[in-house]
Every structure is written in C-alpha cells, then in structure tokens.
Write a protein that binds this ligand. Sequence first.
Ligand code: CO
Length: 129
Amino acid sequence: MHHLGFAVIDLDEAVATYERLFGATLEHREVVPDQGVEAASVLLGTSRVELLAPTGDDTPVGRFLAKRGPGMHHVAYEVPDVGAALAGLERAGAELIDHAPRRGLFGLEVAFVHPDAVHGVLTEVVCPV
Ligand code: CO
C-alpha cells in the first residue's frame, strides 16, 4: 500500500492533528488548482496518509465533503507500472476512472479505478517516479 487518502475541511488543522496525535512528519504539501485540491502527504512510521482539502465547494473533494463529510476518500496501491496495471484492470473488466496514467499529486504517476469495481472503495494505483 502506498497511501490512504482522507478528505479534510482544514488542511492546516488536519496536518497538526496527525503531528500531535501520531508524531507524523510532513513529507509534501502542494496546491493543485486544476484538481481543486490542496494536499499534504504525512508520514507515520512506514505509513503514509494523503490529506485532501478542497480549494472550493465545486471541486471533487468539495462535493465529496458535502455528500459524505470528512473521512476516508481513497486507497492507493503501489504498482511498478501504472500503464501495465491499467491494462490488467481493463482486461479483468474493472470500471476505470482514468484510462491512461496521469500526473497525480506530488509528481506521482497515478490512475483511479471506479469504486463500483472495488466494492465501494475508490482505488488509486500509483507509481513513485
Ligand atoms: Co492518493
């Protein structure tokens, strides 16, 4: 597993919570205007959590928060090759959100699999570049 993604309302507050409660350290932080998200990656020992705050209400994470509230957003599995992983998923009949690898947060190569294909869990495959 590469990381878990959590939707949060206030990124500063969320990062501070993970630092205070779990001794997490900030790995990356960036605003991605075209994805409507401000994100932070925090490390807790060998685990990684991606905290996602919306830059506005009419963004994917903004709509997620309005519908579901803060909490678990997605899981990301590390794969050696995102394109090959997508080809395998497609052959297996999985419904995909991304049909080609794209640039995700923090410069990672990623693609998303539809939650309907994975029993309700939005799933990301990721290759650290
Ligand atoms: Co992610």
